[in-house]
Ligand binder design. Structure first.
Ligand code: CA
Length: 125
């Protein structure tokens, strides 16, 4: 079993992480000097037991994450800042902690509906 830990805690660039997209296989909008570096997720010959993604801890960075589905059980720590987190689907249990700031959390697809949320979710706004 494999664990993946991805942290962008020290990203203090204004406007950073403003359009992060997470799917079962890819994280985009998070890495690189302009958030343009894509991260591919895989566990060839095994499985991912846990994914942890840490967002910027800078209160001036208002991040926006959209998760279409999860590659594994996942934990998202958004840190400080006025963050937005949208969870459209969850095939694995997940915990979302938005940290300090005036945050927005939305569950469900853009058209409405929670049918793609099939695992337990813990929200800590
Ligand atoms: Ca970043």
């Amino acid at each position: 079993m494999n664990s993946l830990a991805i942290s962008d805690a020290d990203d203090a660039v204004p406007g950073a992480n403003a359009s992060v997209s997470i799917t079962t296989t890819t994280i985009s909008g998070l890495a690189g000097p302009s958030d343009l570096t894509s991260i591919a997720l895989a566990a060839t010959g095994g499985s991912i037991a846990a994914l942890t993604v840490v967002g910027s801890t800078n209160p001036g960075v208002a991040e926006a994450f959209t998760v279409t589905d999860l590659p594994s059980p996942s934990t998202f720590l958004m840190g400080a800042g006025n963050d937005t987190f949208v969870l459209e689907g969850a095939s694995y249990p997940s915990t979302i902690q938005t940290g300090d700031g005036n945050d927005t959390l939305r569950l469900g697809s853009a058209g409405g509906g929670l049918g793609a949320i099939v695992s337990a979710i813990t929200l800590d706004a």
